[in-house]
Design a protein around this ligand. Structure first.
Ligand SMILES: Cc1cc2nc3c(=O)[nH]c(=O)nc-3n(C[C@H](O)[C@H](O)[C@H](O)COP(=O)(O)OP(=O)(O)OC[C@H]3O[C@@H](n4cnc5c(N)ncnc54)[C@H](O)[C@@H]3O)c2cc1C
Length: 358
């Protein structure tokens, strides 16, 4: 496989307390990355992605910032257990929530921990371009604001180029579409970056579209998973802790795939999956993703968000073609190299072979 998407042991250099519920984990990982990208941790038998809050253009260390999710498996474990010196398993950086070549203003909307990749982008845009940067940061209350002082320092360093607006729900209620449009103001030609809770992102995107922003101007990073319910995620984590049970469980899960797909196998097509060096071939089922086909084959390949966001389910196409329903993680070069998010990839050729990295 051209790029390395496996897990690597990485030492935590420092843990920085940002707020009561957020910590920055400074990683001893000298990997190149682009501002706005993320790494994926394997912890508690589950896979979770966390964006870099550092920028390769301004920080010598790679940092991810994690906010505690009430009841959440991995975020709580990380905040409550990880200390400097601990070793974690992490993938190399990935993701396409990045800056593009332009002199247009950068206008960002973030909520809660969504500030993490936004901070990375803001640092890089200020350090490597002459672009104007404006950030609307929505939080429940003042205590919940992550990176308030870092952003204030950046504003002092770049008073003519950076504007940060704090929106606190306790004072002003939730952000409204009118407030989004007012914040955009004359910068309708900007590149817009959005990251935060799903309803905040949906509202912001809608407001920008109504304000005339084109799809090519709007960049979103979704932290959540589209399909997996919390119960499914908990089950997934539990399964991952019992590798020997994975194949059987996955095979049992097969009847839950969409009925239409199960009843209408395409006679002439096959999906071949190579996992752990072993080859498995199943008939193609229309409308089924490669990940679903792999599960139907009784396999348990890696996955996490199942929404095209986290790149955990990545594989290499070695024969045939597939198209992705959603791709929020692979860049054009990676797609051209034949990498695919199997949770989103549907075959478009009669036969297809995908290889998961060991
Ligand atoms: C590309 C990407 C980048 C990301 N970057 C960041 C980042 O920079 N910082 C950050 O903090 N997060 C980030 N995330 C989100 C992160 O990956 C995790 O989704 C988040 O930390 C929650 O994981 P968790 O294991 O703590 O919670 P989970 O265990 O996944 O639980 C999530 C929610 O479901 C509920 N739940 C769990 N099990 C059950 C159950 N059995 N019944 C009912 N409810 C249940 C929990 O209470 C919780 O509210 C990112 C995600 C992606 C995809």
């Amino acid at each position: 496989m051209a790029r390395d998407h496996g897990f690597h042991p990485v030492r935590i250099t420092r843990v920085v307390r940002e707020t009561d519920d957020a910590r920055t984990f400074v990683l001893d990982a000298p990997w190149p990355y682009r501002a706005g990208q993320f790494v994926t941790f394997r912890a508690c038998g589950a896979l979770r992605s966390y964006s870099m809050s550092s920028s390769p253009d301004t920080d010598g260390e790679l940092m991810t910032t994690v906010k505690r999710v009430p009841g959440g498996l991995v975020s709580n474990w990380m905040l409550d257990n990880l200390e400097s010196g601990d070793v974690v398993e992490v993938t190399r950086p990935a993701g396409i929530f990045c800056l593009r070549e332009t002199s247009a203003p950068l206008v960002a909307f973030c909520g809660g921990s969504g500030v993490t990749p936004i901070l990375s982008l803001v640092k890089s845009a200020l350090a490597t371009t002459r672009r104007n940067v404006r950030v609307l940061l929505a939080n429940r209350d003042a205590d919940a604001v992550i990176f308030r002082s870092v952003l204030a320092e950046l504003s002092e360093l770049h008073p003519d180029r950076l504007e940060v607006h704090h929106h606190l729900d306790v004072l002003n209620g939730f952000v409204t579409e009118t407030q989004i449009r007012n914040f955009v103001n004359v910068d309708s030609h900007a590149d817009f970056y959005i990251c935060g809770p799903a309803p905040f992102m949906d509202l912001t995107e809608r407001a920008l579209r109504d304000h005339g922003a084109g799809a090519d101007q709007i960049f979103v990073e979704r932290f959540g998973s589209a399909d997996a319910s919390p119960a499914e995620q908990a089950e997934q984590a539990e399964q991952a802790e019992r590798p020997e049970a994975q194949a059987a469980d996955a095979a049992e899960a097969a009847p839950e795939e969409p009925k239409a797909a199960a009843e209408e196998p395409r006679e002439d097509g096959t999906v071949t999956i190579v996992l752990g060096g072993k080859k498995h071939t199943v008939p193609q089922h229309p409308g089924e993703t490669l990940l679903q086909s792999a599960r139907r084959a009784g396999l348990a390949p890696p996955f996490s968000c199942e929404a095209g966001n986290c790149a955990t389910c990545i594989a290499q196409i070695t024969a045939g073609e597939a198209k992705m329903r959603v791709n929020n993680a692979l860049d054009d070069d990676e797609v051209a190299e034949g990498l695919i998010l199997t949770c989103q990839g549907e075959p478009v050729s009669a036969d297809i072979t995908v290889v998961y990295e060991d």
